[in-house]
Design a protein around this ligand. Sequence first.
Ligand code: ATP
Ligand code: MG
Length: 360
Amino acid sequence: SARNLEPYRVALYPGDGIGVDVTESAVKVLETAESTFGTFSLEFTNFNWGCNYYERHGILTPPDYAQTLSKFDSIFLGATGWPAKVPDHLTADVLLGLRRQFDQYANVRPARTFPGVKTPLDCDVDMVIIRENSEGEYANVGGRFAQGTPNEVAMQTAVHTRRGVERVIRYSFEVAEKRQRQKLTMITKSNAQRYAMVMWDDIFEELSMEFPHVQAGRQHIDAAAMNFVLKPESFDVVVASNLFGDILSDLSGAITGSLGLNPSANLNPERRFPSLFEPVHGSAPDIAGTGKANPTGAILSAALMIDWLSVDGSASIAGDAIRAAVAECLARGESTPDVGGNLTTAQMTQSVMTRITHKL
Ligand code: ATP
Ligand code: MG
């Protein structure tokens, strides 16, 4: 029974708007899976940070928030931000701070289509985008020279390190190796960016020798953008630099349906620091408090989180059961209005929970 298991300690940061609603859904589903399967145990600690905290204290989180979170096994985030109340850059800084201090260099975004959910393309997709999250084009090195004059020159230098590139590609190979199709595609633009992107190519070729079972291929970003639309089924795991990964993550979300469906993880693959799990959507102030938030992205992020926490795979049956229950709800229209259903957030969550317990 779960009583004898050492619990994973999870920090909950529900945040703002619908982040609060979908975090509640994710926790309920995790608790259901925990008691149904008994193969893992979770202990939640809630942090009421975000816009309400900001109104009382003038800051979004206590100054030592990263220190506080560092004591947990993982962090679950709902969504943060309320542009009418808090400047957006302050919200962004909180998450950037965590990403940097916890060296969460792999941003992982699974994206799949679901029977029963309409998508802009007629396709059947199940892919994972892995974006380098710590350097590259977003290193913000450069400057503006002779600013405002006709001779102004602006330089924005991308910084790619062998260590940084190697570690994210290696992690991507490891993910690809564990999946059924065992396929990895690296996206660069090495025909036009002859230094950094050629280094990506070199490192990719070196590492592919270590993973002989993985079908490894490369595409340029222009061709990849076209192929995401023309033959999205051809992709399994995709790895890209910070900028290209950012763009492809959004594209993968767009072709697979509602913003409310997709999970994500900011990982420190070495497990030296806690990783962070969150749905890809934001706080959606327009539907906050209406019960219209789709909890799917949050629930699938919770499934990713327990997969990640149970290194020995002891929670993988529970993770699979959560994913299956969500897919069944979506297929039967037991869902929120954004994907064509007429349930509230709480009702859809209850349907997912019922399906998990009835599977046994
Ligand atoms: P952020 O800057 O935080 O990423 P954003 O401006 O990109 O936020 P979101 O808050 O993600 O925007 O949402 C955009 C719109 O999509 C929302 O206004 C809402 O109508 C819809 N939406 C987002 N998430 C969901 C969800 N979980 N369920 C239903 N609709 C959603
Ligand atoms: Mg956004």
